[in-house]
Design a protein around this ligand. Structure first.
Ligand code: GLU
Length: 349
């Protein structure tokens, strides 16, 4: 009888302690509009990255009810100024944090302009099943109906949720949870800017709860072969945006300036103008990789369809837009210069 009573009390204590134990979420702040301040509440002219992480958190005291939050400022920039160097710093720091038992999830506050690129870089390079969530805002913290506070709260909810484990790096913005491979900034000013136009959102976050509808079938995080832990730089890869009447002199400088890869943002299904096709062939002859992506916002660029990729040694980007194709090509080039192997990466990641 005494033993049973003792057992019941132990279970009861565990339940209470479980309730009291909030997840430990670490926030890495990088700047952007979520930390922006403007002179007026009705105009969105502002300077990005002004507000420190502590001030951001003070604006959302509700977060302390759901998680134990710690934070650090990594950089304070508008994400239009994002660099490979900052990505490498972020990836290494997230890896360190994710390996600590006491860290349950990581949130990165970030400008929205290049958020999809950072998310994709991190999902390919960070090896963890713990939630890693990027968040930002479209309106500065001083604007009427600033979206940052709720977005930050939601991001902590997503990072705290056991259901978010193993989903890869995600973006949590305006109620949607979007995977790094498919998320795209679709609107220059609207708060509902982030979408996954090819595959749809992974799920939603609403009223402090997450709901997932699907998982990404692409390789990421613990399934990714890419490792940047010992790298200080990444191979140089640039993007050429195509248009009617494009001339060869737009692309020729890329043959002699240290580029190891060119992503061609082509028309339609990645088509290439006859004015620049010979330059891309010259690039291949020099050992520079050429990826055919598209300036069209949705749909894949398919292998050997309108262009005979195998004949020219080109790579088809599949569903990756040009800016994400650049990231996968950079990482692929850290492992191989064989276009067939690189194509395999584009099929899988
Ligand atoms: N251009 C800045 C950035 O991407 C601010 C835009 C934003 O965060 O929405 O950081």
């Amino acid at each position: 009888m005494v033993r049973r009573l003792f057992l019941m009390m132990t279970v009861w204590c565990a339940v209470i302690t479980g309730w009291a134990q909030k997840p430990n979420i670490h926030i890495l702040a990088t700047g952007g509009t979520i930390a922006g301040t403007g002179a007026s509440s009705t105009q969105t002219n502002y300077t990005a990255g002004q507000v420190a992480i502590g001030t951001l958190l003070d604006a959302v005291p509700e977060i302390s009810e759901i998680a134990q939050v710690t934070g650090e400022q990594v950089v304070r920039i508008g994400s239009q100024d994002m660099t490979d160097e900052v990505w490498l710093i972020l990836a290494k720091r997230i890896q360190e944090l994710a390996e600590q038992d006491e860290v349950d999830g990581i949130v990165i506050t970030h400008g929205t302009d290049t958020m999809e690129e950072t998310a994709y870089f991190l999902t390919l390079t960070v090896k963890t099943g713990k939630p890693v969530v990027l968040v930002g805002a479209m309106r500065p913290s001083t604007a009427l109906s600033a979206d940052g506070p709720l977005n930050l709260y939601d991001a902590v909810v997503v990072a705290s949720a056991p259901e978010s484990k193993g989903k890869g790096v995600v973006v949590a913005m305006n109620g949607l949870i979007l995977d790094a491979h498919s998320v795209v900034k679709m609107n220059t000013t609207n708060v509902q800017t982030f979408q996954s136009p090819n595959s749809g959102a992974l799920g939603t976050v609403y009223n402090g709860k997450v709901h997932y509808d699907q998982v990404s079938l692409k390789k990421h995080t613990t399934f990714s072969v890419f490792d940047v832990t010992t790298l200080d730089t990444l191979p140089k890869v640039g993007i050429v945006y195509s248009y009617s009447n494009i001339e060869a002199d737009m692309v020729e400088p890329m043959l002699n300036n240290g580029y190891r890869g060119i992503v061609h943002a082509g028309v339609g299904n990645g088509n290439i103008h006859t004015h620049i096709f010979p330059v891309l062939e010259q690039a291949r002859a020099k050992g520079i990789q050429v990826v055919r992506a598209s300036r069209v916002p949705t749909g894949p660029v398919t292998l050997d369809a309108e262009v005979d990729d195998d004949r020219y040694g080109f790579i088809a980007s599949q569903e990756l837009n040009p800016q994400k194709a650049r990231i996968l090509l950079m990482l692929a080039l850290t492992r191989t210069n064989d276009y067939r192997r690189i194509q395999q990466y584009f099929n899988e990641y």
